[in-house]
Design a protein around this ligand. Sequence first.
Ligand code: 13P
Length: 287
Amino acid sequence: MLVSATEMLKKAREGKYAVGQFNINNLEWTKAILLTAQECNSPVILGVSEGAGKYMTGFTTVAAMVAAMDKSLGITVPVALHLDHGSYEGCYKCIKAGFTSIMFDGSHFPIEENIAKTTELVNVAHQLGLSIEAEVGSIGGEEDGVVGMGECADPNECKMIADLGVDFLAAGIGNIHGKYPENWAGLSFETLAAVNEKVGEMPLVLHGGTGIPDDMIKKAISLGVAKINVNTECQLSFQEATRKYIEEGKDQQGKGFDPRKLLNPGFEAIKAKVKEKMELFGSVDKA
Ligand code: 13P
């Protein structure tokens, strides 16, 4: 059932669990995540980055595929189709295409511009029944050998953006997209606690879910995180399972070259990873 993410995240925050956002890349990814959510009786958010949207030939194709698949698989758990790290233009494209949720990532703009653009998009999204996520403090990463801790959000800026009426807020707390480097300092719970205190009941979003130790995930949930984004870990699971299939020569046995057979181990690996995360986040049986 396609819905906005507002209600599911309000419930998650109140119930002290988190809903997983799993990014999709193609039909196999989408089917694996939808089926697992249904089997786990868990709400779920399908994340679509602008790059993945382009890869799948545009947001209109993505929205049509997800809506049709949700229906034909008989999915009854709440599913939000969400733009991940959207640009201003990307948000409008997804609104038009039929997404049920958008993220406007204005974290690289000066705060005044982030506020102006977020205000406008909050109004448009809410008029059409979509949920909207905003970001303060950028999510870090490793670039050209320079390891950033990830910029920690300013709790006062978080309050300013939260007060614009966004439905959930991503605050940088030392989290990083992709694999965490050996010397990663860990999540800044001091920042998260300060943000949580400022924004009241606002569900908080933890990006860069790949590789965060389980105890940190649980602590983050206890401090108001109600949405956790996982992307790289599903990619790694898919890659490992596909590599194993080929290295074992299974693609050369019988009809093992059939794409439906070739992609199946990766598909099953994504299902297992999504289930593992739903159990860790506490969203099983919360549909
Ligand atoms: P990872 O790829 O590190 O899991 O991050 C996903 C994410 O935050 C998408 O916005």
